[in-house]
Design a protein around this ligand. Structure first.
Ligand SMILES: [Zn+2]
Length: 552
């Protein structure tokens, strides 16, 4: 389909975004279908970190792109919670108790926080409660439950029937030294007595019976694939079996799975040769780094950063923007340091371009920015399509940097800071919807100032009566600033004439501009520097300013 045809069909101009390209590729390769299935998944064997989140949101963006093309989509998220507990992550409490459950399925490991029914469930709940905040609503599939309900009995039997084919496929990608030695089975069994997977398969009866013995407790039994609750496929067979089972059309995978001869390669062959289904369309997504983590975050989590952590500093829309604005196969870094301000500025610029409040370089740049903006919005529209711009509240931008200053001026009181914004609004005050968006941003700004911002960014206004030690010439200049500028601060239409008036004061006092600034910051916040003075003075309540300066 050409761009024009697509535009006519959907009313939207696609293919300006990588998610639209991926969606178009799915339709091209899988053909026109009633329903497209897009999949993502992970083993909840530890904290689900921001790198794992990249996969979830990559799928979400493609799902939205397909829906915007008018397609019906099933978005499944597989919790691979029938996997074995191999290793206790360092950032978990009650290490010893967890150690004693190694080799159990992770759904049978107790939750060390005693909040949920199991260790696996705890990590699942953490993610499931956060995803709606970023506008992601997959259908969760729980693999332990599905295996134990014998949903995959046929798939397991098929793997046993094709045991040699499977072995050849896996061996094809291995060098001589790593080829499978001795007897090999595509399944593993959790012992029916002690629950550990330290078992060896003794045989298969050619139908539904599998016999095994346990090396840990000595149990020997023959299990029935149709009813047993403890047999599962090995990972490299399990994945492609489920592609066929769920008829998956699209699933991306991390760098580690997408290496030559990696699990995606073998799964592709297994899927085709054993399960007679074409592997899903895929792409590779790259790793994510973090930068400038606040001490609190890195110590509590052992540097494992989750989407919940990211949402402390970035609003849901801006968090989505980080991913929507970057191609999945590019590595990038999520910053918690001063770069946070830059990210918000970039987002605001994209927003202004999307709303045509600022011209884009050219038409293509406009469409690209607008599409990134649409896909960044956590709120979804009808039929889970992206919410058209027309259906959204128009933006009411307060730059993140400025908001941080307003919150500090209000001594950390967000409502007071927002009331100030409304009171000082030059044109129209924000609508309730705009105010709610501002509040979300303000909560992030407050967290950032209090936990992540560099020291030079932070300040506290002096209480009235607390004086700085200043030289006579500085005090004279400060008085002029108070009586010539602050006394008529409300008459300045914006920062520029106010800044000019400040420089005029410096000249009148015979002081360098820099020296006047230093004196003003010392008097106001007890530091040599602070936010840009004109904007700063105009942001503080006039009476409060006069009270701080009245003693000079
Ligand atoms: Zn056992």
């Amino acid at each position: 389909m050409s761009n024009n045809e697509q535009k006519q069909q959907t009313g939207r101009d696609m293919a300006y975004h990588w998610a639209d390209e991926a969606a178009a590729k799915i339709i091209r390769e899988k053909g026109e279908k009633e329903l497209y299935t897009c999949a993502s998944g992970i083993t909840p064997s530890g904290t689900v970190h921001i790198g794992n989140f990249r996969e979830i949101i990559s799928v979400d963006l493609v799902v939205r792109a397909l829906r915007d093309m008018g397609k019906k989509v099933r978005f499944i998220y597989s919790w691979d919670d029938y996997d074995v507990f191999r290793k206790v992550p360092k950032n978990m409490p009650r290490q010893e108790e967890l150690q004693s459950h190694l080799r159990f399925p992770i759904t049978m490991v107790p939750d060390p926080w005693e909040r949920d029914s199991s260790y696996a469930r705890h990590h699942e709940v953490d993610v499931e409660t956060m995803l709606p905040a970023v506008g992601i609503f997959p259908e969760y599939l729980y693999q332990a439950e599905r295996y134990q309900a014998s949903r995959y009995a046929k798939g397991i039997r098929r793997a046993l029937e094709h045991r040699d084919t499977l072995k050849n496929i896996l061996d094809k990608f291995r060098d001589e030294d790593h080829k499978i030695q001795g007897e090999w089975w595509p399944i593993s069994v959790f012992c029916g007595a002690c629950n550990k997977d330290e078992t060896d398969i003794d045989g298969w009866d050619g139908e539904w019976g599998v016999s095994y013995h346990c090396n840990a407790c000595g149990r020997k039994e023959t299990a029935d694939i149709c009813s047993a609750k403890n047999i599962k496929l090995g990972w490299r067979v399990d994945w492609p079996m489920r592609w066929e089972h769920e008829q998956v059309d699209f699933e991306p995978a991390g760098k580690d799975h997408h290496s030559q001869g990696g699990s995606f390669d073998t799964a592709r062959h297994v899927c085709k040769d054993v399960y007679n289904w074409d592997a899903p369309v895929t792409f590779r997504y790259d790793f994510i780094g973090t930068k400038g983590l606040p001490g609190k975050m890195s110590s509590s989590s052992g540097n494992v950063i989750t989407i919940e952590d990211v949402l402390k500093v970035y609003t849901p829309d801006v968090a989505r923007y980080l991913f929507a604005g970057t191609r999945p196969n590019t590595e990038f870094t999520i910053s918690f340091d001063l770069d946070v301000i830059k990210i918000y500025e970039d987002y605001d610029k994209t927003e202004r371009i999307a709303w045509k409040l600022e011209p884009a370089k050219d038409e293509a740049a406009y469409r690209r920015e607008r599409r990134i903006y649409e896909l960044s919005q956590a709120a979804v529209g009808a039929d889970s399509k992206t919410l058209p711009l027309e259906d959204r509240a128009s933006p009411y931008q307060i730059p993140f940097r400025h908001l941080c200053n307003l919150i500090q001026i209000a001594d950390g009181d967000i409502e007071k800071a927002l009331a100030e914004v409304c009171a000082k609004a030059a044109a129209a005050a924000p609508t309730p919807e705009q105010l709610s968006a501002l509040r979300t941003r303000a909560v992030c700004a407050k967290y950032w100032v209090e936990n992540c911002a560099p020291e030079e960014f932070c300040f506290r206004l002096r209480p009235a009566g607390e004086q700085a030690e200043l030289a006579e010439a500085e005090i004279t200049a400060l008085r002029l600033l108070r009586d010539d500028v602050i006394a008529r601060i409300e008459t300045f239409a914006d920062d520029k004439p106010c800044a000019e008036a400040i420089y005029a004061v410096a000249e009148k006092a015979g002081l360098e501009g820099k020296a006047l600034f230093r004196a003003a910051y010392q008097a106001l916040v007890g530091k040599d520097q602070g936010p840009r003075l004109a904007s700063f003075l105009r942001s503080i309540d006039k009476e409060r300013l006069l009270n701080i300066l009245k003693g000079y």
